[in-house]
Write a protein that binds this ligand. Structure first.
Ligand code: FAD
Length: 391
């Protein structure tokens, strides 16, 4: 009997590995191949912005090596290997080794894109200080950043979104001096209404973080052993090292080259199927029935549904309400953002112990919420009441 064609997964982040695990629970015989440009270490990415204060090394964040994962999953894992092209008609992939030493072609039966999201391109910043600007979106990045922090004291953070605010919370508790710059008025401004964002800002400031809102870094120059930033506002900040947390962008280049439908992410339906019947996508690279969410909970739901589909039982994913714990541990925060474009307004109940913000439509239906401090006690009640993301 001819061997079954392999299920090939591109990416060994939480999406790729979660799917592989779920798939193996249902199908032990189809050959499974995972391909990754990195070293295939399994780790929980959310820990990257909450581990400096605990002194965690990259090794301590790793839960398993690629070799251990290959054994656990009864799979082949190609590490330090980039997929450079997909021929959807021939069902083949073009591969290239990281060091350019060789390239190869490989055939797939079904293909899953779990290629994640990369850091958004930097805005134009003048000056010669960019070599001291770091970004953390992988275990390797965390290693580089942590190493560069040795013997340093002052960190300039570009971006006060979810990841930037978590790093501010982590760095300040790790003993660094932190300046945080964001073009918007308050931290987490795209996710939180002003009262909740200001509440987090006050907490971070009370621990020593200096927040510079409504301005941008226009220049970054080397200055002694460190850097000097010039802000739009005219202000100058000196620091030893800078970290940019300016948002993510889905890795969709492969899908685009293969001629698949791509919007903000790789366009897939609720069965995680792309515009090509044999190619699927999940995780940060995917836009699932119009929803693009850079969070773990949705990709876990997608992995379960897709594993069933790939093992012969077509299954749709259903997103309910997805509250996310923001790891600003100095001020515990939970946010359940309303779906993109939802119409309604924030209703705020604010006190010194916390902020409860509810996003409701004109009929009073709860479409999203944000909770800080003691208000996070309302999380379960509001999660039950909130209108699910998918009908
Ligand atoms: P990734 O982890 O980015 O994996 C992508 C994989 O694809 C990698 O293995 C890469 O090597 C591979 N790849 C890409 N292109 C190619 C190619 N051409 N060839 C071969 N391999 C390729 N979410 C939460 O829910 N809660 C949180 O608290 C939270 N905190 C976060 C903190 C930080 C600092 C960050 C960066 C993210 C955080 N997130 C959080 C988001 C969450 O971590 C992501 O949604 C999730 O990890 C995405 O997983 P992924 O597998 O889709 O992508």
């Amino acid at each position: 009997q001819a061997e079954k064609e392999p299920l090939v997964i591109i990416g060994t982040g939480l999406a790729g590995y979660n799917l592989a695990r779920e798939f193996r629970k249902l199908d032990q015989s189809t050959p499974l191949l995972l391909i990754t440009g990195d070293d295939g270490t399994a780790y929980s990415k959310p820990l990257l912005s909450a581990s400096l204060a605990h002194g965690k090394t990259p090794q301590q964040l790793a839960s398993a090596s690629a070799e251990e994962m290959a054994r656990e999953l009864n799979a082949e894992i190609l590490v330090h290997t980039f997929v450079t092209g997909i021929d959807a008609a021939a069902k083949t992939l073009a591969l290239a080794a990281e060091n350019g030493s060789h390239s190869a072609e490989l055939r797939y039966g079904k293909l899953v894109l779990a290629t994640g999201a990369g850091c958004r391109a930097l805005p134009a910043i003048d000056g010669d200080g960019l070599a001291r600007l770091f970004r953390v979106n992988s275990l390797g990045d965390y290693h580089r950043f942590r190493t560069a922090l040795v013997g340093r004291k002052r960190v300039l953070l570009l971006g006060a979104g979810l990841i930037g605010s978590e790093f501010a919370n982590d760095l300040i508790q790790a003993g660094f001096a932190v300046d945080m710059v964001d073009p918007l008025d308050w931290p987490l401004a795209t996710l939180l209404p002003e009262a909740a964002g200001r509440d987090i800002q006050r907490t971070l400031e009370s621990h020593g973080v200096r927040f510079h809102g409504n301005t941008r870094v226009a220049r970054l120059d080397r200055c002694g052993g460190g850097i000097r930033a010039q802000l739009d506002s005219g202000e100058h900040i000196e620091a030893d090292i800078a970290l940019a947390a300016l948002g993510l962008q889905a890795n969709t280049e492969l899908a685009e080259m293969a001629g698949l439908a791509v919007n903000r992410g790789v366009v897939v339906n609720r069965q995680l199927q792309s515009s090509n019947a044999d190619i699927f996508a999940l995780g940060d690279c995917a836009e699932v029935d119009g929803h693009q969410l850079y969070f773990v909970a949705p990709l876990v739901a997608c992995a379960r549904a897709l594993a069933k589909t790939l093992s012969g039982e077509p299954t749709s994913v259903h997103y309910g309400t997805i509250p996310v714990a923001v790891k600003t541990t100095l001020r515990p925060t939970t946010v359940c953002p309303p779906r993109r474009g939802a119409e309604g307004s924030w209703h705020i109940d604010s006190s010194t112990s916390g902020v409860q913000a509810e996003f409701r439509d004109t009929d009073g239906r709860l479409l999203g919420f944000a909770l800080t401090g003691s208000a996070i006690a309302a999380r379960d009640k509001l999660t039950t009441e909130c209108v699910p993301l998918m009908d």
